[in-house]
Ligand binder design. Structure first.
Ligand SMILES: Cc1cc2nc3c(=O)[nH]c(=O)nc-3n(C[C@H](O)[C@H](O)[C@H](O)COP(=O)(O)OP(=O)(O)OC[C@H]3O[C@@H](n4cnc5c(N)ncnc54)[C@H](O)[C@@H]3O)c2cc1C
Length: 289
């Protein structure tokens, strides 16, 4: 299908993009990699009257570690993150996530920040961002603000980005040497959205107990969710099969999926339990290797 008619504006600076968004209000949308927005427009699920293309803003293409964070600029593609050797060496959860988002063609154009802004209930990056306690940096007419990912995710396809604002960066806390993570996803075929998925990140204290825990699930409710009860159970405990089983049970309790062509609600709920247990076990074995 063809999209409804729209005006196109190529932004030459963040300020110009923000001004265009303010001028056109709720009818204007940012175009980043276009991997979600263009299909949505073709199916007429989205009908923006103005597209503000930020694709040529080179100053939004970066991936650098600074002040305890991996800073990922808004026009940094999944493929760029996927290929980065330093990220692969140290950010286990991010690497495992980038490897399974869509397919290489989509990852070549799609951006990490664009995916977080789109906030699809089955989005992979949202779960990884929740488990790793990411922070979104949003710029608007009144300046820049940091928004923790838990507050950024508001509802299905809805984020804390307000009219006239642009998300300029996502920051992932740099993991300590005793941190690892895993992303567990089941999909019908390679390149598909998740039937169900879970993101896990654990940090061990010197005494071998769990000092920090991040557990999140996606495609298992109206938006990606942190399994806070699982995190609470894990904290201060020694990794063990029983502990992981109990934590995974909390994911089963929280999951509230819709049945669809990918599976029944009960099947998906069970997968929440299994994927979280698997993610925790794999993360723990990496930490003890
Ligand atoms: C065939 C196919 C398979 C896919 N499979 C998966 C999958 O398995 N897992 C998965 O998670 N995703 C999947 N996707 C979706 C895709 O990975 C992401 O949603 C996409 O990459 C989003 O980034 P983008 O840069 O293309 O955003 P766009 O499509 O350009 O924008 C998406 C939305 O976010 C807004 N936006 C973008 N950037 C900003 C910004 N900086 N500030 C404010 N708003 C912004 C736009 O206005 C728009 O509403 C798939 C897509 C396709 C086409």
């Amino acid at each position: 299908m063809f999209p409804a008619a729209f005006d196109y504006l190529r932004a030459h600076s963040i300020e110009e993009a923000a001004a265009a968004l303010s001028q056109h209000g709720g009818d204007a949308r940012i175009l980043a990699g276009g991997q979600s927005l263009i299909p949505a427009m073709r199916f007429r699920l989205a009908r923006p009257t103005v597209l503000v293309d930020i694709g040529s803003l080179r100053d939004l293409v970066y991936l650098r570690e600074e002040s305890g964070f991996l800073r990922v600029g808004a026009m940094t593609t999944d493929a760029r993150l996927e290929r980065d050797k330093d990220v692969r060496a140290r950010y286990a959860l991010l690497t495992e996530t980038s490897d399974v988002v869509a397919d290489p063609v989509v990852r070549h154009k799609g951006t990490v920040v664009g995916s977080l802004c789109h906030n699809d209930p089955a989005g992979d990056w949202a779960a990884a961002a929740l488990a790793s306690r990411a922070i979104m940096v949003v710029r608007g007419p009144s300046g820049e603000r940091d928004v923790p990912i838990d507050e950024f995710i508001v509802d299905s396809f809805t984020t804390a980005v307000q009219e006239g604002e642009i998300a300029v960066e996502v920051r992932f806390p740099t993991p300590s040497a005793r941190t690892s993570g895993a992303y567990e996803k089941i999909e019908r075929k390679v390149g598909d959205y998740a039937t169900a998925a879970a993101a896990v990140q654990l940090t061990l204290a010197d005494d071998g107990t769990i000092a920090q825990a991040g557990v999140a699930i996606t495609a298992l409710g109206p938006f990606a969710m942190r399994v806070t009860e699982a995190e609470r159970l894990l904290l201060g405990q020694r990794p063990s099969e029983d502990l992981f089983r109990a934590a995974a049970e909390e994911a089963y309790r929280l999951a509230d999926p819709n049945p669809d062509t990918r599976g029944s609600a009960e099947y998906k709920k069970n997968m929440a339990r299994i994927l979280v247990a698997r993610g925790l076990a794999r993360t723990s074995s990496k930490l003890h290797a």
